[in-house]
Design a protein around this ligand. Structure first.
Ligand code: HEC
Length: 143
C-alpha cells in the first residue's frame, strides 16, 4: 500500500466519522398545536359626540362661538329641546360649502318649517363667517 492510498483512506474514514456524528439530534420537535382562540373583541364603547370630536379645531371654534350666542338655550348636541339636536342636523345635511352657506343664512335670517312649527329666531347681529363656523361645527357632529 503506498502512501497516497493510505492518506486517502484516512480522509474517507474521517469524513464518514464527521457525517455520522453530525447527523444526530434531528428528532422532530413536537408541534404545539394548542390554537389559542383570538381575544374577544372589546365591547363597543358608547362615546358621546362631544368626546369624539373635542380635539377637532372645528369643534373648539364652534363651542367658543356658541357660548357667546344664544344657541345653547335652544340646541343641545344629542338631545332635541326647542330646536333639533345638532346630531340630527348633522345627520340631515352633508358638510358641503353650499350647505354651510345655506344653513348659516338660515341662522342669520331665522327659519321655520324644516323641523316643525317652532321658528328659529333671526340672528341679524351675527357675522356670516361666525355663523358658518358654527354650522361647520354642527355638521361635524355625525355619529
Ligand atoms: C329660540 C330658540 C333657538 C335659538 C336661540 C337658536 N335656534 Fe337654531 N333652531 C331652532 C329651531 C326651532 C329650529 C328648527 C327650525 C325649522 O324647523 O325650520 C332651529 C334650526 C337650526 C338649524 C337647522 C336649520 C335647518 O334648516 O335645518 C341650525 C343649523 C341651527 N338651528 C343653528 C343654530 C345656531 C348656530 C344658533 C345660535 C346662533 C341657533 N340655532 C339658535 C331654535 C333656535
Amino acid at each position: 500500500m503506498n502512501l497516497n492510498l493510505k492518506l486517502s483512506l484516512a480522509l474517507i474514514a474521517g469524513s464518514m466519522m464527521a457525517v455520522s456524528c453530525g447527523g444526530s439530534g434531528s428528532s422532530s420537535s413536537e408541534s404545539t398545536s394548542s390554537t389559542t382562540p383570538p381575544p374577544a373583541p372589546e365591547p363597543a364603547q358608547e362615546i358621546s359626540l362631544e368626546e369624539k370630536y373635542k380635539d377637532d379645531p372645528v369643534f373648539i371654534r364652534g363651542v367658543e362661538l356658541m357660548k357667546q350666542n344664544d344657541c345653547p338655550s335652544c340646541h343641545m348636541i344629542e338631545r332635541k329641546i326647542v330646536g333639533p339636536s345638532y346630531a340630527d342636523v348633522a345627520a340631515k345635511y352633508e358638510s358641503t360649502d353650499e350647505n354651510v352657506e345655506m344653513l348659516a343664512g338660515r341662522v342669520i335670517a331665522g327659519n321655520v318649517g324644516v323641523w316643525g312649527e317652532i321658528p328659529m329666531p333671526a340672528h341679524p347681529a351675527l357675522a356670516k363667517e361666525d355663523a358658518e363656523d358654527m354650522v361647520r361645527y354642527v355638521l361635524l357632529l355625525k355619529k
